[in-house]
Each structure stands twice: as C-alpha cells, then as structure tokens.
Design a protein around this ligand. Structure first.
Ligand SMILES: [Zn+2]
Length: 372
C-alpha cells in the first residue's frame, strides 16, 4: 500500500550515537532526484546555479554512502510539473506544500510516500519531494552560520546545507534527539554543511553495510546443530554433569556468538562488537560493521575475549531479558572455545560435517587437522 508518510517521529533510543531513523528506506540502487531549482547568479561559493548548489550537497552524501548500496542520482533540466504522489522525486521551490502553507520559519520540507507491509517491517520509500520555501532568501555560501546574512551582498541562507539536510530525510534519516550532537540532521540549521559521523552512522545503520569480503558465515541451523552435538559430547563423551548454570539457551548461543564474531572479524573491538550485538538483541536491528578487512586475513580473537562475551551475554539474558537459569553440560568456557573453533573451520572453508568432526576430534585429544 502506498501511503503518505506522516510527520510523526519514530523515536529510537540508541546508546551509541544520537541519530534517529524514520523507519523507511529505499531499495538498493540509485535514487533519482529531478532537481528543478533553476538558475541563479552571484552565488558566493561558486555554484553556477541553484541546481549546482543542490547537486554538490547530493555529492557530499554519495561520497560517504558507498557501503550502503544506495546513492543520490541528480537529474537536471526536467520540465515536469512536480506532483504528489507521482512517483517522481522532485526538488524545487514553491510558495506552499502542494497547497498547504509553509510555516513561517521553515526553510524546506521533505515529503515522502511509502509502501507499507514489507517483510522486514521497514517501509519502502516510493517518492520523496524536497520543497524549498520560496519565501526564504537563499544563497550558496560556505562558512560559519554567523557570517550568513551579515552583509546585504551575501545575505541569505546557505541552500547547500539545507539541501544536504533534506537529502538526509530523503534517505530516511530523522533529526537526532540529543542536544549537542554535531550533525547535518540537526533540526536547526548551523555551521555544519556536510554529513558528519553521526549522520553517516545513521545511514550505515539504516541500509546496513556488507560483511567483509570472503567471509561466509554458516547458517544458524548448522551452528545450532553443532551446539547440540557439543552438548552430547560433553554428556556422553566427557561424562560431564549437567551442573553448569547459565541463562543463555542453545539458540541464543548459536545466534549471538557468531554475530559477535562477525563484528570482530570486520574491524570492531571486542567491546564494540558486544555493544552492537546487544543493540540487536534490544531490537534495534543489524548494526553496521566497523570496517572492511583485507581479503585473506581472518584474525580470530583471543579466547579470553570470546569468554568475556559469553559472560556478558549471560548477564544480559538474566538481567534484561529476565531469563531463568538453565543447567548445561558445558561450562561457559567450553562454549566459547569450541563454538569459536567450529566457526574458525567454517569461515576457512570447511564443510559443516568436517568442522563438526574435527572439533569433536580435538575434544577427544586429537590434533587440529589442516582443513583449510
Ligand atoms: Zn529536518
């Protein structure tokens, strides 16, 4: 269903950064923008026209949007009359918002139409129109806000930063909640002219960033099956007692440890990886990875860091999720060591069957075979 996105703000509390997301996004690819702002003369930053000034702001975003799979694609010289909804993204000056008057202090508005009912619960953007308030006096001027309008010659609001802000709304970013965050998406115009770290983090979060190249993670059901095999081995092979209290069930271990490892293998510190997994557990979606590792280098973390993660995960299951204690045949250290060992084989190209066999072989005192 195509509906007009209401102005209501979806507030998402976030422990890492301050950005806010609008619960909508574009499918992967270029986002066409028909820019119809028209000619201008004497723009202080050297832009040849209003269109040029807005295109520069689109380029600012494209320079940082690489990992997201979406980009802004300005189209100039269109003579189409903007409409809503007409499934065309138009950027233009107007006296009002398709008949609705601008509030007096508003510089520009982004109005978006979305398809609801997507599989992942995040609406799919169908059309975003960016409408500049023609009653405002604009310029294109690079410099701190305090200099804007200081002389009649250069007076006016920098359209570049307004366009950059509105294009952030086009992507699906909202205003950050926190006062004091330096962001292009701040509600009020300021000195910021290009996307800042907080803006970029929001964009990467909304669209996700790819897992590093060449790191195929095994399917969750395989990790879970391995985990249950491990329990059997501890019970029947090692003759362990079912007396290791823990709060994370087998599914939780099979899902969240690989997720933690995925972050670590993609440039996150152990602490940062833990933070991001916990955001996921708290329902805030898959978080961006911290970097892209070079192909061929797969550095697994020291085992004590893996164990630390299991200890913290256990505490979160107990304190935040309110899970009851379960008795396991495997202690936390055994989970950390052997789950990591299984994943190490898998990430290095071993089949599920080989990886299981070789981990069990190691538990029984065998040597680690060269699988890779
Ligand atoms: Zn805004």
């Amino acid at each position: 269903m195509l509906i007009a996105a209401v102005a209501a703000v979806v507030s998402v509390s976030h422990s890492l950064t301050a950005f806010n997301l609008l619960n909508r996004r574009w499918p992967p690819g270029a986002i066409d923008l028909e820019i119809q702002l028209g000619p201008a003369r004497g723009l202080t930053d050297g832009s040849a026209s209003w269109d040029d000034c807005a295109v520069a702001a689109a380029k600012d975003w494209n320079a940082v949007a690489g990992p997201t799979g979406v980009s802004l694609h300005p189209i100039l010289d269109s003579t189409r009359t903007p409409g809503a909804p007409d499934m065309v993204n138009s950027v233009f000056f107007a006296e009002d918002l398709f008949g609705i008057p601008f509030d007096r202090n508003v510089l520009a508005v982004t109005q978006t139409w979305v398809f609801t009912g997507t599989d992942d619960g995040i609406d799919e953007s169908a059309e975003s129109d960016v409408i500049f308030n023609a009653a405002q006096r604009f310029q294109c001027i690079d410099g701190p806000l305090t200099t804007l309008g200081s002389t009649p010659e250069v007076g006016g609001i920098d359209l570049h930063r307004v366009a950059g802000h509105e294009f952030g709304h086009v992507f699906g970013l909202d205003h950050p909640d926190d006062i004091g965050v330096i962001a292009l998406m701040d509600t009020f115009i300021g000195d910021v002219r290009v996307p800042q770290a907080d803006d970029i983090q929001g964009l990467l979060t909304l669209y996700g960033a790819p897992v590093g190249p060449g790191i195929p993670f095994p399917q969750r059901n395989q990790v879970l099956a391995f985990f249950l095999t491990l329990e059997n081995e501890y019970r029947n092979g090692l003759m362990r007692q079912q007396n290791n209290p823990g709060f994370v069930d087998a599914e939780g271990s099979a899902v969240w440890f690989p997720e933690w490892l995925r972050y670590v293998l993609n440039g996150c510190s152990a602490t940062e990886a833990t933070n991001r997994v916990f955001l996921q557990i708290r329902g805030q979606g898959i978080q961006p990875v911290c970097g892209v590792i070079a192909a061929g280098t797969i550095d697994f973390p020291p085992r004590n860091l893996s164990l630390d993660f299991f200890v913290l995960l256990d505490a979160l299951y107990r304190n935040e999720l309110g899970r009851g204690a379960l008795q396991s045949f495997i202690d936390l250290e055994g989970k950390a060591v052997w789950l990591q060992e299984y994943l190490r084989y898998r990430v290095n190209g071993c089949s599920d069957a080989d990886a299981v066999a070789w981990v069990i072989g190691q538990i029984r005192g065998g040597h680690r075979p060269p699988c890779m």
